[in-house]
Design a protein around this ligand. Structure first.
Ligand SMILES: [Zn+2]
Length: 312
């Protein structure tokens, strides 16, 4: 029986869990919708059930640890989700301790974007790179920073909230209290809002706006303008990150990635314009799509026990 770990990714709409070997081979995966409407107890039970099933199937002897990733602001020190719009009933609840008790095992808790960055570094587009940033472009924008092979967590574990980098000083108000956060100008939600403003439709998804951008008519022109504005905002955030870190790799993932063909030029133009660090290190600085898709968090969660063990 190979040495393996269990990763669990609790998303905004579903739960994925997998037993993955130390070399990154997926042994078994469980995925399903979560009874979010049933509240905390039902979701906790779903999580425990998935992990127990995997542990029973592959044996406790070879299990190297359990990693769990969830969206939101997480105090890793305390193992508590402080703020999560998608999982409000888990806020301020000692989720790590409670899961640990029910599973009689220690649990490693991580923010989902941090875990995705770990996953990409482990067996994705960041393999072999010790310094990288990952931005996840979905309904919101998440971020993960890895420096010297380690996740940058900050003193309480809330570092890497890159969606709240402000790129427009007096821009759109954000739920975080700031204005002009890149999440408000370059996420799927922002694309939907721009489509509404440009009278393309009241509730178009980012995917639909991407489809419209292929059209040769005036609607296509408007849709492409939206992706240009999105790319400009994203590029401004990337320029700040490049100026701050001078890392060799910046990865983009998430549902908006296919639209790269429409936002990529504006994004690179903003990066060039706003980052002297980029202009001076262009030959060795890469901005690229991530490769693990929506499984990055799952792989990252499973990788956490190995990282923690190494650093213990
Ligand atoms: Zn914000």
């Amino acid at each position: 029986m190979p040495e393996y770990s269990i990763g669990l990714d609790l998303g905004g709409t579903n739960l994925r869990a997998a037993a993955i070997t130390r070399s990154g081979e997926k042994l078994h995966k469980i995925s399903g919708s979560v009874q979010f409407r049933e509240g905390r107890e039902a979701v906790m039970a779903d999580m425990v059930r998935a992990i127990v099933e995997l542990r029973e199937k592959h044996g406790a002897a070879g299990l190297g640890g359990i990693g769990i990733c969830v969206p939101g602001f997480i105090s890793l020190e305390e193992g508590v989700i402080r703020n999560s719009p998608n999982l409000p009933f888990l806020e301020d609840f000692p989720i790590r301790e409670e899961l640990g008790k029910r599973l009689a095992s220690s649990i490693i808790l991580e923010n989902d974007a941090n875990a995705a960055a770990v996953g990409e570094k482990w067996i994705g587009a960041g393999h072999g790179v010790d310094d990288l940033v990952l931005l996840t472009l979905g309904t919101g924008i998440g971020g993960g920073i890895i420096s010297g092979g380690r996740v940058i967590r900050g003193h309480l574990g809330m570092a890497g909230e890159l969606g709240h980098i402000s790129v427009v000083p007096n821009g759109n108000p954000c739920g975080c209290g700031s204005r002009g956060c890149v999440e408000k100008h370059a996420s799927g939600t922002a694309v939907t809002a721009m489509a509404r403003l440009m009278k393309l439709g009241d509730a178009l998804t980012a995917e639909q706006v991407y489809e419209l951008a292929h059209r040769p008519d005036a609607t296509g022109v408007k849709a492409r303008q939206i992706w240009c504005a999105m790319g400009d905002a994203l590029g401004s955030a990337l320029a700040m990150l490049i100026n701050t870190f001078n890392f060799p790799l910046y990865l983009l993932s998430g549902g908006l990635l296919p639209a790269w063909e429409f936002f990529g030029d504006a994004m690179m133009c903003a990066v060039e314009q706003r980052s002297a660090t980029y202009r001076l290190s262009k030959a060795t600085t890469r901005i690229e799509p991530a490769t693990l898709g929506n499984e990055a968090g799952l792989y990252g969660a499973a990788c956490l026990p190995w990282i923690e063990r190494r650093s213990a």
